[in-house]
Design a protein around this ligand. Structure first.
Ligand SMILES: Nc1ncnc2c1ncn2[C@@H]1O[C@H](COP(=O)(O)OP(=O)(O)OP(=O)(O)O)[C@@H](O)[C@H]1O
Ligand SMILES: [Mg+2]
Length: 235
């Protein structure tokens, strides 16, 4: 069984059906990408998995466990971490406090200091800025902090909503490179992006259009698809 299985998921906001009958499975060790244009329904899918919006229909299983009706804190305790769109770090807390308030003692046997050490090893820049207020970090540093916060609980599955948005190409590459390291250390990744350069890192994924799956497949078939070439590369 896959680490995450989403079947026939539909989500609506009132009369607007934002996600329609979407199915996909994320295997352990994968970097699974959800690619799609603005409004395609990417954020809605992550929010449904995290229990932040209710599904209208469909099933979500994580690690063999039915997540239906689970509250966001229960999903986090099940080992699923969500780096939200727009980062949403605490502007008035220090970098260190942003990280420590995210630690759930009951989620892991590792002490908080071990979690902090692991994050600082991955992002030394955050260690240097441990006492700086979150709101004064640069955009790239804030993204590192948002990812670091999600890693404080040693998740099985790390979900990220457009981590490269608003970053320079160099910083976006740095974030993708860190995601490759996180995967190599054993965390499965579900990556939402509009930026097709994330396909370099991907194992497989889906392309979403208007709330529906337009294409599903391995990295190469997504990269070579007409959809990606036209929509993302302009050729
Ligand atoms: N809270 C809400 N209430 C009503 N409609 C919403 C709400 N959130 C999202 N939508 C609508 O649902 C659709 C999908 O939105 P969603 O945010 O999931 O797209 P997205 O793929 O993440 O887009 P983007 O790349 O711009 O972040 C859009 O048409 C959006 O307007
Ligand atoms: Mg979005």
């Amino acid at each position: 069984m896959s680490l995450l299985e989403v079947s026939d998921l539909s989500v609506a906001y009132g009369d607007l059906v934002a996600v329609r009958q979407v199915s996909f499975a994320v295997d352990e060790g994968a970097v699974f990408v959800l690619l799609g244009a603005n409004g395609a329904g990417k954020t809605t899918i992550l929010r449904a998995i995290s229990g932040l919006v209710p599904a209208r229909s469909g099933r979500i299983f994580a690690d063999g466990r039915d997540l239906q009706g689970s509250a966001p804190n229960q999903v986090a305790r099940a080992g699923i971490a969500h780096v939200p769109e727009g980062r949403q770090i605490f502007a008035n807390l220090s970098v260190g406090d942003n990280l420590s308030v995210s630690y759930l003692a009951e989620r892991t046997e590792a002490p908080m200091t071990a979690a902090l050490d692991a994050v600082f090893q991955l992002f030394p820049r955050l260690a240097e800025r441990r006492r700086q207020l979150g709101g004064t970090l640069s955009g790239g540093e804030q993204q590192m902090l948002a990812i670091g916060r999600a890693l404080m609980n040693f998740p099985k599955l790390l979900m990220l909503d457009e981590p490269s948005l608003g970053l320079s190409p160099v910083l976006a590459d740095l974030v993708f490179e860190r995601l490759a390291t996180i995967r190599a250390l054993g965390t499965t990744i579900l990556l939402v992006e509009q930026n097709a350069t994330c396909l370099e890192l991907a194992t497989d994924g889906i392309i979403l259009a208007n709330g529906e799956v337009a294409l599903a497949g391995g990295r190469d078939s997504l990269r070579d698809s007409e959809f990606v070439r036209r929509a993302y590369l302009g050729i």
